[in-house]
Design a protein around this ligand. Structure first.
Ligand code: GLN
Length: 510
């Protein structure tokens, strides 16, 4: 691979005019296509397991949760190896290749290669996902207050991919799209194949645009790299590649039996934290304080995703059983709305949020990160309160209006935009250059725990009799959502109350 590095210096990249650095588009499109592939695959999982692998609904859900937890847990490892050995660009490529292999296996024979394909995708996402986000942060100088706006735009790319992939792949698999062109027994192959193609497009885009990134993402030890260290011998890099391949059968085994997920989740978090503490012991006091602040944000994000991620689990059951199919006068599948409305709102709102942050920063009243996080929780709480309120509009049979449900999703999405892109941004602000990857990995590892907690909360909500009448279910679920709403509000207020202390830890970072 030829990497042209000397055209642009970091200073030239940082001194961009206008609202966004132009390199952001390279990262935007690569991440968009990666998410197309990822959410395309993820959107097919539960349905495929139930209809093709004949799993029970409950097992399919557990399996889905395990896959999600594993995917995000491996980001810590991907971030770590990027910082130490590969650099962000090579990690991204290696991860992308693994994801292409995984989706191609699924495309070739989804029934037989199901778990092996997933294992490749899990480890591949680990190498890809945190490291592309870190590179967005490197486009900005330390004091640049356009950074949150950049991450908001990048987040729109994430969701554009999520929206298209999430809709198209499963629709092809189920025969809702292109059914005339694809023989029935090939539908799932084509659908998984499309996810593979998305990933190929992502890598091609990155390959041809990376030369604009100057020194960003180069391997540690490269003469132009941002962190100057002694180059490691080549075999260390090859060892990482070999280690990845050796790990695949192990991941395959763990993900195919969800009981391992618990053990895995009990171990990976504490181990990651221990390692991080070890790394923190080698930093200066000022750096360490910032990293502690980062850990507080990470801790709160577990709570956020635990509540937020009801969407894949309990909310999809709620949508299937307790909602009508009328959205603003149009007939719509409530599950389709539940799966895609969030991404749809984000595509429209994220760039506006970005411009709003820039506008506020110019007038010196942009809220700092702690307040944005607090607002994230408050909107999340309000959104869950609207979910609770669906019961006041329900029919006597216990069927609530899709319109109100969708309004709740809108409010929740506003919360997401105050927290998720801002979280990516703050990780890059609070970490010293040599620990960017690890901290971004930690941020996503928190998502893994969020997914895991979400599954436990969702299972708790679903505990009531599966065959209970819709009215009883409506009461149970909405009561649960009210509690989640209250927890979110409390978390938001606690965060804001802690803000003077967190601010001290963050020092000059805002
Ligand atoms: N939806 C976002 C993404 O896919 C955030 C995921 C997360 O952190 N849980 O990147």
């Amino acid at each position: 691979m030829t990497v042209h590095t000397h055209q642009l210096t970091l200073k030239e990249i940082h001194e961009f005019k206008g609202k966004y650095p132009r390199q952001i588009w390279s990262l935007f499109f690569s991440e968009m296509w990666e998410r197309f592939s990822f959410y395309g695959m993820r959107g097919m999982l539960v349905f495929f397991m139930i209809s093709q692998l004949n799993l029970h609904e409950k097992d399919a859900n557990l399996q889905y949760g395990a896959t999600q937890a594993f995917v995000y847990a491996f980001t810590f490892i991907g971030g770590l190896f990027a910082d130490k050995i590969l650099g962000f660009r090579k990690s991204l490529f290696w991860g992308g290749l693994m994801m292409i292999t995984g989706s191609s296996l699924l495309a070739a024979d989804p029934h037989n290669f199901f778990f092996t394909g997933l294992a490749f995708i899990i480890i591949g996402t680990g190498f890809f996902k945190p490291n592309i986000s870190t590179m967005v942060g490197e486009l900005y100088s330390e004091k640049d207050d356009r950074r949150d706006a950049g991450f908001s735009l990048f987040y729109a790319g994430i969701n554009l991919g999520a929206f298209l992939g999430g809709y198209i792949c499963v629709a092809i698999g189920k025969g809702y799209m292109l059914s005339g062109m694809i023989p029935e027994n090939m539908r799932w192959n084509v659908a998984f194949g499309l996810a593979a193609i998305g990933m190929v497009v992502s890598l091609i885009n990155f390959y041809f645009t990376q030369r604009h990134l100057g020194p960003i993402g180069l391997q540690p030890g490269h003469p132009d790299a941002l962190v100057q260290v002694k180059a490691k011998p080549k075999w260390v890099e090859y060892l990482v590649y070999a280690g990845t391949l050796f790990a695949i059968p192990l991941i395959d085994l763990m993900v195919s039996s969800p009981e391992y997920t618990d053990y895995f989740m009990y171990t990976i978090g504490p181990l990651a934290l221990l390692y991080l503490f070890y790394e923190m012991s080698k930093t200066t006091i000022s750096e360490r304080k910032k990293l502690w602040a980062g850990l507080i944000f990470i801790f709160f994000s577990v709570l956020f995703w635990g509540i937020y991620e009801q969407s894949g689990g309990s909310l999809s059951i709620f949508a299937a059983k307790n909602l009508n199919d009328n959205l603003l006068g149009f007939t719509m599948d409530p599950n389709g709305v539940n799966n895609s409305a969030g991404a749809f709102f984000i595509i429209g709102l994220a760039p506006l949020f970005g411009l709003m942050w820039i506008w506020m920063a110019k007038r010196k009243f942009e809220p700092n990160t702690i307040i944005k996080f607090g607002l994230g929780f408050i909107f999340l709480g309000l959104g869950y309160y609207v979910l609770f309120a669906t019961k006041f509009f329900a029919s006597v049979q216990g069927i609530a209006p899709l319109d109100i449900f969708t309004t709740a999703l809108l409010v929740i999405t506003i919360g997401e935009l105050c927290l998720s892109p801002i979280g990516l941004s703050i990780m890059t602000k609070l970490s010293p250059a040599r620990m960017q990857g690890i901290m971004m990995g930690m941020w996503f590892l928190a998502s893994a725990y969020g997914q895991y907690v979400a599954g436990i909360i969702g299972a708790g909500l679903a505990d009531a009799d599966e065959n209970a009448p819709a009215v009883t279910r409506l009461m149970n679920y909405t009561e649960g959502y009210k509690m989640l709403g209250i927890y979110a509000l409390i978390a938001g207020l606690v965060l804001i109350a802690l803000s003077p202390w967190i601010k001290k830890l963050m020092q000059d970072v805002r």
